[in-house]
Design a protein around this ligand. Structure first.
Ligand code: HEC
Ligand code: HEC
Length: 271
């Protein structure tokens, strides 16, 4: 009878610990799954954004693409390429280009996000082309994405998404640096000699599934749960063991003096 309070408290503590652990894991899961960063909004309908974008265009882009963006012998016409192409080229740092004779290279963006939005609004105002894709890859099907990836992307970007050399001195870059929106934009706009996959070839659902798979390829070992800064499963296991053992030690230390106080001369097991 006298031991009951201790047992009850212990059960209470364990329930609390389980709740904390479950809460921790689900918060971590939500953090890992959310946030695809489609931030462009509908800047293309804002005439001020178009005007600011045109000014940036005239100083940074017109030397190659022409003052009216009709293209020159070094760079293509931007009519009909659409918001997705402009956003992809600018947010991956490919544009402004430095050497039109070589394949554009991904590099840190030359413009701020606000400037990119303005430039995108200007290019979109020229008409045509796909809008910035509305990516919702956590709702994609990982399995189906893997099948599609192996069918249509793997030949150029390799099974692990590390990229590879193509003919004519071009290469297909690694996919590990692209954001989910940039992956969808690449699919819809086909930069350089990557093919364009329009909605007739791949539905939005299939794009979501491929983007989810590409996202998974970035860290195929992470089984989900709280990532602890993605230090790897061994360290994560270690942290769990240390925390768990520490907790158990605290509990035993706390029980011990109480039971000794309650029954100073009693045997360990009675009744
Ligand atoms: C030094 C020349 C140069 C400059 C400067 C330049 N571009 Fe380009 N741009 C190119 C070339 C060359 C291509 C074609 C690249 C390819 O397809 O391999 C291109 C392609 C593009 C495309 C893709 C078109 C498509 O069909 O998908 C967009 C969009 C674009 N540029 C926008 C811009 C914007 C916006 C700027 C200014 C911030 C800019 N470019 C500055 C040379 C340039
Ligand atoms: C025929 C070869 C080929 C195929 C097939 C192909 N790609 Fe590409 N991909 C390329 C090339 C080449 C580039 C580089 C274009 C450039 O730099 O302008 C590229 C660039 C990309 C990028 C930009 C990466 C970055 O961060 O700079 C992404 C993302 C991408 N591809 C995803 C895909 C996905 C997803 C598929 C399958 C649906 C696919 N690609 C199929 C050749 C290919």
């Amino acid at each position: 009878m006298r031991r009951k309070p201790v047992a009850v408290t212990l059960v209470g503590l364990m329930v609390l610990a389980t709740c904390l652990a479950v809460g921790f894991v689900s918060i971590g899961g939500a953090g890992a799954g959310g946030g695809d960063g489609n931030s462009a909004g509908d800047a293309d309908s804002d005439p001020d954004a178009v005007r600011r974008g045109r000014e940036l265009y005239l100083t940074g882009c017109s030397s190659c693409h022409g003052t009216a963006a009709r293209g020159t012998d070094i760079a293509p016409d931007l009519h009909g390429v659409g918001a997705a192409a402009a956003d992809f080229q600018l947010s991956t740092g490919r544009m402004p280009d430095t050497d039109p004779d070589r394949q554009p290279e991904p590099k840190p963006p030359a413009y701020t996000r606000a400037e990119i939005d303005d430039l995108v609004a200007y290019v979109a105002s020229l008409g045509g082309g796909p809008p910035i894709p509305d990516v919702d890859h956590p709702r994609g099907d990982l399995q189906a994405g893997g099948v599609l990836y192996r069918q249509v992307c793997q030949a150029c970007h390799s099974a692990a998404g590390n990229g590879g050399a193509l003919s004519l001195g071009n290469d297909a870059p690694t996919l590990h640096g692209a954001t989910p929106v940039e992956v969808a934009e690449a699919i819809r706009t086909g930069p350089s000699n990557m093919p364009v996959f329009g909605p007739d070839t791949l539905t939005n659902r299939q794009v979501n599934s491929i983007v989810r798979y590409v996202d998974y390829l970035r860290d195929p070992d992470n089984p989900g749960g709280a990532p602890l800064g993605l230090v790897g499963p061994i360290t994560e296991g270690l942290v769990a063991i240390v925390l768990g053992l520490g907790f158990l030690m605290l509990v035993t230390r706390w029980i011990e003096p109480r039971s000794m106080r309650d029954e100073p001369q009693g045997p360990l097991i009675h009744e």
